[in-house]
Design a protein around this ligand. Structure first.
Ligand SMILES: [Zn+2]
Length: 165
């Protein structure tokens, strides 16, 4: 009855199950000491600013933010940071693998708190980034990289627009 079809793509999930429950949007999902541990684990000193930004970033589950969005949230939460600090912190977090950067436009960098391998839909008129479920296999044949290079990762951004009429 429920036999898997031969030849069906097999998707193996290798992501740890320690991520917050999807749909959780409250800030209780990521206690303060978890952020501290997260930073220590990757060798970043838990400075006050990194702690505060990390708490805002990771306390809301998987999501995509730009530096401007995080800056606005920080300001709203009365965290005294400059936009430049937010930029630097996001890039530091990305370098150590806490975040994944998703390039959509040359001008806009989105940072993804879900650092596992996945692809994205981008809704053009809303500037909205959504995860493509990992069950939807996208990548067929990877291109052959130039001599001396290997593929580090394949990021697919599928751009969407509303149907006309
Ligand atoms: Zn994502």
């Amino acid at each position: 009855m429920n036999q898997s079809r031969p030849g069906a793509p097999v998707v193996t999930a290798s992501t740890p199950q320690s991520r917050p429950m999807p749909g959780r949007t409250d800030l209780t999902g990521c206690p303060w000491h978890d952020v501290k541990e997260k930073l220590r684990d990757v060798g970043l000193r838990p400075t006050r600013q990194r702690m505060a930004l990390g708490w805002i970033l990771f306390g809301k589950g998987d999501r995509h933010v730009t530096a401007e969005m995080l800056y606005e949230e920080a300001t709203h939460a009365k965290v005294p940071v400059s936009l430049a600090t937010v930029y630097n912190t996001l890039h530091q977090f990305t370098e150590v693998g806490l975040l994944r950067q998703v390039a959509v436009d040359g001008s806009k960098a989105y940072f993804d708190t879900n650092n596992s391998e996945h692809h994205h839909f981008f809704v053009e008129d809303r500037n909205d980034l959504m995860d493509i479920p990992s069950t939807d296999v996208l990548v067929g044949k990877a291109p052959t990289p130039p001599e001396g290079y290997e593929i580090a990762r394949i990021d697919v951004v599928v751009r969407l627009r509303r149907k006309q009429g």
